[in-house]
Ligand binder design. Structure first.
Ligand SMILES: *Cc1c(COP(=O)(O)O)cnc(C)c1O
Length: 439
């Protein structure tokens, strides 16, 4: 919800939502895991219901015509910072506002916006910032649909792109930014966004966010946001806003939702970066629905517990896999071989997470045998759920990526991607052991 205070607001008029609870007790900053149980929701406004009700309504009754006018001034941007009252469920609604308040806490952001999917968040974000002739600079690899949206959909509207490999050094990023500036000025546009994904899917290659920030500050004298898809490590193991990113992007479908039972997305950052995106979401729709928002509030209460347990399981499973004769190698952030990647990891990451790749000795046939023989781990795409999932990116999630580009990105035929859940670690190891025996 907006913190906009206006002295003209009638204190007796029902507010759309309570003021957020204090985030401190006697100077002590409360931790996100504490705030997830109550922040942004006041039971006294809902018959004392401990949990927020699900508000199934398309529209909200205004206390007075003057309130309606003031709320629309917020919606239309005549007053900055969004509406300070509930208006219509394409713009805002209680469950979504509580969710957005709580999501912002995890990333230390001023504001957050929820969406009906991760891809809706990404598409609305990019559309809000890109104009004809502009250039988006992005890291590679990206989630295939993100890459497709930039290269195929935005291209239809005259938006160009140029990319750099995830591990690129400051000098390499500088060179790409110079190229992007030339492309933009030739087309009468600007570099409108630096869009990162780190770690990249499925190889886990990390982007040096600090180097991207320094390169942006040196090369561009206009305000060009750095956005980053933090789905794989966030919100627990990487806090990109602390390292120079302006906007954090999530597929909430993954770790945040965490139970493989919903699809949603979000972005978070300073209000000035959120405002154009909020305006476009108001126009296009794409806000998360109230039922999903409620489910996500449930999920946020345990996100820290789940990610910690899955992370501990992943360490044990990877130790086992790393020593196995049928395993050629691992793409796991807890066992990085490359010095440059390790340096980025130490500066940016608070943990290795629980999604990684295993390179099985052999090729597609060996990977398929391994996948078909798993008994606990499920054969499915997606990640970040309570249950362990395994998939074969080259023939599934990344099938649409041209073969040459796949090779360039290290998405080989012998790569299996695994997302570790919160089962018993030794049971998982027993499962991987018996499946590897069949290879
Ligand atoms: C799943 C995913 C997305 C897309 O999210 P949806 O919720 O499926 O739309 C974007 N980025 C990454 C890294 C993902 O894993």
């Amino acid at each position: 919800m907006s913190d906009n205070q206006n002295d003209n607001i009638d204190p007796t008029s029902p507010r759309k939502a309570p003021k957020p609870e204090p985030k401190k007790i006697k100077g002590r900053e409360l931790k996100p895991s504490t705030l997830m149980m109550g922040h942004g929701y006041d039971p006294t406004l809902s018959e004392g219901s401990l949990k927020p009700p699900i508000f199934l309504t398309s529209t909200f009754a205004f206390p007075s015509a003057a309130d309606g006018k003031r709320h629309f001034e917020g919606i239309t941007g005549k007053r900055p910072g969004g509406a300070d009252g509930l208006v219509y469920s394409r713009f805002n609604a209680p469950n979504q506002e509580i969710l957005e308040d709580r999501l912002a806490i995890w990333d230390g952001a001023e504001d957050a916006l929820s969406f009906s999917s991760g891809m809706t968040a990404i598409c609305v974000l990019m559309l809000a910032y890109a104009s004809q002739g502009d250039v988006i600079v992005h890291s590679g690899p990206l989630y295939a649909a993100s890459e497709g949206f930039i290269a195929k959909v935005l291209a239809k509207f005259g938006v160009q792109y140029v990319d750099f490999a995830a591990g690129a050094t400051r000098e390499e990023i500088d060179a790409v930014l110079e190229k992007a500036k030339t492309m933009a000025s030739d087309a009468g546009g600007k570099v409108c966004m630096l869009y990162l994904e780190s770690p990249g899917n499925p190889t886990n290659a990390l982007v040096d966010i600090e180097a991207v920030r320094d390169a942006r500050d040196a090369a561009l004298d206009w305000s060009c946001p750095i956005a980053i898809d933090n789905t794989f490590l966030g919100p627990l193991w990487q806090r990109p806003l602390d390292h120079g990113a302006d906007i954090v992007v999530y597929s909430l479908t993954k770790y945040v939702g965490g139970h493989s039972d919903l699809v949603a997305g979000s972005i978070a950052g300073a209000k000035k970066w959120m405002d154009p995106v909020r305006a476009l979401r108001n126009t296009m729709g794409g806000i998360c629905d109230p039922n999903t928002a409620w489910m996500l509030l449930r999920s946020l209460e345990t996100v820290e517990l789940r990610m910690q347990r899955a992370g501990e399981n992943a360490i044990k499973v990877c130790k086992f896999l790393a020593g196995h004769e049928k395993v050629e190698g691992l793409g796991y952030l807890g066992m990085i071989k490359d010095a440059r990647q390790q340096d980025i990891y130490e500066r940016h990451c608070l943990g290795a997470g629980s999604t990684f790749s295993v390179f099985i000795k052999g090729g597609e046939a060996e990977c398929f045998r391994f996948l078909d023989n798993l008994k606990i781990a499920k054969l499915a795409v997606s990640l970040g759920g309570t249950e362990t999932l395994a998939s074969h990116p080259a023939s599934m999630t990344h099938l649409s990526v041209a073969e040459g580009r796949r090779t360039e990105l290290g998405i080989s035929d012998n790569l299996v991607r695994i997302s570790i859940g919160i089962e018993d670690a030794d049971d998982l190891i027993a499962d991987f052991a018996q499946a590897l025996e069949t290879v």
